[in-house]
Every structure is written in structure tokens, then in C-alpha cells.
Design a binder for this molecule. Structure first.
Ligand code: NAD
Length: 493
């Protein structure tokens, strides 16, 4: 259904009444040792659609950070001794209270993320209805077997201790609590840091579970550039689960090396989608478009390069441009908006610099939406028309609505292009012949390869990257095991 756009002053009124109902204005607090705490200084959280101040959050100092780790360490001794069932029942009770505040969380995500309502609803539902219950239903029971020459061998999955969870700004709620829930159910305690660009929804959830969870098992802190390095080098941290850019991932790796912390690194991506000659364009154009532009292209696993066989290139190009032309970019509080702003000014500036390099090279442009004037962080949907697959602006990660449509002649050529970047996060193949789709999928050097879909993640299906997209996995039994160490008990029989 296409919603009617409303005048700018009405959008502003819609925003104000939603924010007032959700109690957004003011200073949010951190959660440390079961208490809501502030700091001497605060950071501004800006509205990406208007550039205006939304709220403030604590800029934690070293003593506050140390208090969070001390609380997590103290809480670990009792939390880790509970059974999975006991932990599950406490966590389920906490999530029930979060669910009762769903509408408030949707408003917060719309405001800080610059999201249309449908997208904010999707992310909140992904956490509350899908990932949290999906992960809470899992467990890692002991596996016992008799090994001739050894005896009775038991594989026991024991929690690691204090987990550092660090998340990015593009899907702040999902990429924070997809770490917290498995870490906690497995018996660890957590110190979580969301991005300072998008801390509000994450902090509000922490407040909602504060009085239900035992003190110290979940601590949530916010702060500036010094906070991440403090956490990843902290002597009390046993494991780091990090989602963010490859550049920061390298720093985390280095910082964690001194104390040999366990690591899961979910980093950047430059996914290719390969469109085969037998594709049904009408059937795939919507999932391909949203595979490219979901969250305004600010997705690690969005399709950044769409490789199309030369026999279908013009048809796909026309269908994609038409679909793009039907989208409405604007303020997420306008009911007509389907694509919101870039979440932060620094990311907008990066995209604008890339766009300047593209223009300097005189690259053909298949589609470019209208510029939006004003203080919001808007960058028009842009699709390049068969640029060189080796240009920097194609091989590096464009984290925003800037994409490339690339023509290929043979499947070997398509695979060579798809696998030519330093990244290996996701990829997809689109067509009709199951055997051909499967054969191509098996040759893509990515952690997840989808067939006739993209961006489908599930709490039961492991997800992780190859090459510079990181290592380790989240989700599924494999993901849960990353919050444990294997204790083998070998008994003489
Ligand atoms: P970023 O690397 O700038 O920041 C990620 C987080 O790390 C933030 O909370 C940030 O404050 C923190 N941080 C910054 N410097 C740090 C340091 N030295 N030590 C520890 N923490 C530090 O990434 P971003 O701009 O917030 O997010 C976009 C990036 O995240 C993109 O590259 C995207 O592909 C990637 N991403 C990957 C996945 C995945 O699952 N692989 C998912 C989403 C986003």
C-alpha cells in the first residue's frame, strides 16, 4: 500500500507527539550493577532526518567502565552456576517486560535510526519475536561417549566469563541483543556498548530489564572513542563479540591479543548478487532491490554489486530503475517514506566523497534519485551503470544507497568478479535452474550464499564471514558454542 505524504509541519508534529509518548527527550542512563547511572559528561544523540538534538547519553569515564567489569565479574560466579532452565526462565521474564513496551522501542528506533516505521517495526520484531525466543530455546547439553582406550568422555560447554559486546549503528537493537541473549543463556555476564550514534533503544531495553535480571549480569555503557579500546583491552574481559567495520575489527584484534581474549569478529562486506540468464525478472526485482537497499543500503549483507548476464542486463536495469523511482526518500516519520536518511553525518560525508570520485571518473549512472536539501543526512539512491569492477568505489564497501550494476558474459567471469574483493560476508545467485544455482553458490567465497533470496538471517542458522569480513559465527548451535569453552571430562572406566 502506498501511503500519502504529509506536509513538513505535519511530519514534525507526528515526530514530536511520538517522541513525547515514548519519553525520548532528556538524558538516558547506563546500566551498571543493576543500577541506572549517569556520568559527569554526556554525549549528544542527533536525529539523522533533521540534524536536531534527540537526547543525551553518558560519556562514561574509566572508573565507571571498571565498575561495570567488576560487577560483571562478581555476577558471573552465581549466574554461571544456575542451570540453563533457571537462566532461561529469568531471561524470558525480562523479555516479557520488553515486549510490553514494543511501540516505544519502535519510535526510538525510528528517531535515532532515521527509519520508516515499517523498518523499525521489523527490527524490533526480529529481536523480540524471532532472535530472543529462538536463542532462548537453545541449549548445549553435555555429550557423552565411550572411547575405547580412554574411557567415558564427556564434552561439556562451560561459559567463558565476562563477554564484551560491541555493536554498530546500522541495526543497533538486533546487533546488540543478538550477542547479549546467547552470551547470557550460556552462563556468561556481559558489558555491552552500542554505537554512540544509536544508543537510545539499546539503553531503554536495558532499563526495562534492570529490575528483573540479577544485578551485574548485563551492564550497558555508552561513551566516546576511548571506550571501545578500554573494553577490548580490559583485563576482566574474557571474550569479545564485535560487529563493525573491518578497519575497527583489526584494532579490536590487536587490542585483544595481549590477553588472548576469545574473539568473534563480524565485519564489513561487499556482497555480490549474480543474476543468471534464465532469471524471472518480474519475480526477483523486489527482493533484489530490497537486498540492495534495505536500511538505505547501510547493511553489511546488502547486495553491493549486482552482476547481470549480458543477455538480461538491459531488462534488469530498466526494472531496477523503475522500482527505485517508485521509492520515497525522506523523514521516517512521514508515512509515505520508504527509505530514510543516512544515519550519521560522518557516513554521509564518506558517501559524498565517493560520489565525487565517481563523477571525476565520468562513470555512467543508471539511476540517481533527487537531492534533498536541509539539515538531514540525505544521499539519493544511486545505481552505477556497468562501472569497472576493479575501481575502488566498486571494490570497497559502500555503506549507503550507492550500488553497481555490472555486466558479465560467462559464469567464470561473474564468479571472478564476485570473489575479487577482500570481503567474504554474503552473496546470492538468482535464476531458475536448481542445479545451476547450486553449482554457482558453491563457488562463491562467502560465509553465507543465498539462492533466490538475500539478507535472510535466522537464530537457528549460523552466520559469519570469510576473508576480511571476519571470523567466528553467530546464531545456531555453532554461534552459541562461541560463548563457551569446551571442557572435556575424561573418566577411566
Ligand atoms: P565501526 O567499526 O566504526 O564501529 C562499530 C563499533 O565499534 C561502534 O560501537 C564503535 O563505537 C566501536 N569502536 C570504534 N572504535 C573502536 C575501537 N578502537 N575498539 C573497539 N570498539 C571501537 O562500524 P560502524 O560504522 O558503527 O558500522 C558499520 C560497519 O559495520 C560496516 O563496515 C558494516 O559492514 C559492519 N557491519 C558488519 C556486520 C556483520 O554482521 N558482519 C553487521 C552490521 C554492520
Amino acid at each position: 500500500m502506498v501511503e500519502q505524504s504529509v506536509p513538513a509541519d505535519s511530519v514534525s508534529a507526528l515526530r514530536e507527539s511520538a517522541l513525547a509518548a515514548a519519553g525520548v527527550r532528556g538524558i538516558f542512563t547506563n546500566l551498571i550493577d543493576g543500577k541506572s547511572v549517569g556520568a559527569r559528561n554526556n554525549l549528544d544523540v542527533l536525529d539523522p532526518a533533521t540534524g536536531e538534538l534527540l537526547a543525551k547519553v553518558p560519556d562514561i569515564e574509566r572508573d565507571g567502565m571498571d565498575a561495570a567489569f567488576a560487577a560483571a565479574r562478581r555476577a558471573f560466579s552465581s549466574w554461571s552456576k544456575l542451570t540453563w532452565e533457571a537462566r532461561r526462565s529469568i531471561l524470558e521474564k525480562a523479555f516479557e517486560n520488553v515486549k510490553a513496551h514494543r511501540e516505544e522501542l519502535v519510535t526510538l528506533l525510528m528517531a535515532e535510526g532515521g527509519r520508516p516505521r515499517s523498518l523499525a517495526l521489523w527490527e524490533v520484531a526480529a529481536v523480540l519475536d524471532d532472535f530472543a525466543p529462538g536463542v532462548l530455546a537453545q541449549s548445549l547439553p553435555d555429550v557423552e561417549a565411550t572411547q575405547p582406550g580412554v574411557g567415558r568422555v564427556t564434552r561439556h560447554y562451560a561459559p567463558l566469563g565476562v563477554v564484551v559486546a560491541i555493536s554498530p549503528w546500522n541495526l543497533p537493537l538486533l546487533l546488540s541483543y543478538d550477542k547479549v541473549v546467547p552470551a547470557l543463556i550460556a552462563g556468561n555476564t556481559v558489558v555491552l556498548k552500542p554505537s554512540f550514534y544509536t544508543p537510545l533503544t539499546v539503553l531503554r531495553v536495558a532499563e526495562l530489564v534492570r529490575d528483573i535480571l540479577p544485578a551485574g549480569i548485563l551492564n550497558v555503557v555508552t561513551g566516546g572513542d576511548n571506550v571501545g579500546p578500554w573494553m577490548t583491552s580490559h583485563p576482566e574481559a574474557d571474550k569479545i563479540s564485535f560487529t563493525g567495520s573491518t578497519q575497527t575489527g583489526r584494532r579490536v584484534f590487536e587490542s585483544a591479543s595481549q590477553t588472548l581474549k576469545h574473539l568473534t569478529l563480524e565485519l564489513g562486506g561487499n556482497d555480490a548478487g549474480i543474476v543468471l540468464p534464465d532469471v524471472d525478472v518480474d519475480a526477483v526485482i523486489a527482493p533484489i532491490f530490497w537486498g540492495m537497499f534495505l536500511v538505505n543500503g547501510q547493511g553489511c549483507i546488502t547486495i553491493k554489486r549486482l552482476l547481470v548476464h549480458e543477455s538480461r542486463y538491459d531488462e534488469v536495469a530498466a526494472a531496477l530503475s523503475k522500482f527505485a523511482g517508485e521509492q520515497v526518500m525522506g523523514d521516517g516519520f512521514d508515512p509515505a517514506t520508504t527509505i530514510g536518511p543516512i544515519q550519521n553525518r560522518a557516513q554521509l560525508l564518506r558517501l559524498q566523497a565517493t560520489w565525487a570520485a565517481i563523477q571525476k571518473d565520468g562513470v555512467a549512472v543508471l539511476y540517481r534519485g533527487e537531492e534533498i536539501e536541509g539539515k538531514g543526512n540525505f544521499f539519493p539512491v544511486t545505481i552505477l551503470d556497468n562501472p569497472s569492477p576493479h575501481a575502488d568505489y566498486v571494490k570497497l564497501e559502500n555503506f549507503g544507497p550507492l550500488r553497481s550494476l555490472i555486466k558479465y558474459s560467462t559464469i567464470d567471469e561473474a564468479l571472478a568478479i564476485a570473489n575479487s574483493t577482500d570481503y567474504g560476508l554474503g552473496g546470492s545467485v538468482w535464476g531458475r535452474d536448481p542445479a545451476e544455482l547450486d553449482a554457482v553458490a558453491h563457488r562463491m567465497e562467502a560465509g553465507t550464499v543465498w539462492i533466490n533470496q538475500h539478507l535472510v538471517v535466522n537464530p537457528s542458522v549460523p552466520f559469519g564471514g570469510n576473508k576480511d569480513s571476519g571470523f567466528g559465527v553467530q546464531y545456531g548451535a555453532e554461534g552459541l558454542k562461541e560463548y563457551c569453552y569446551l571442557r572435556v571430562i575424561s573418566a577411566k572406566t
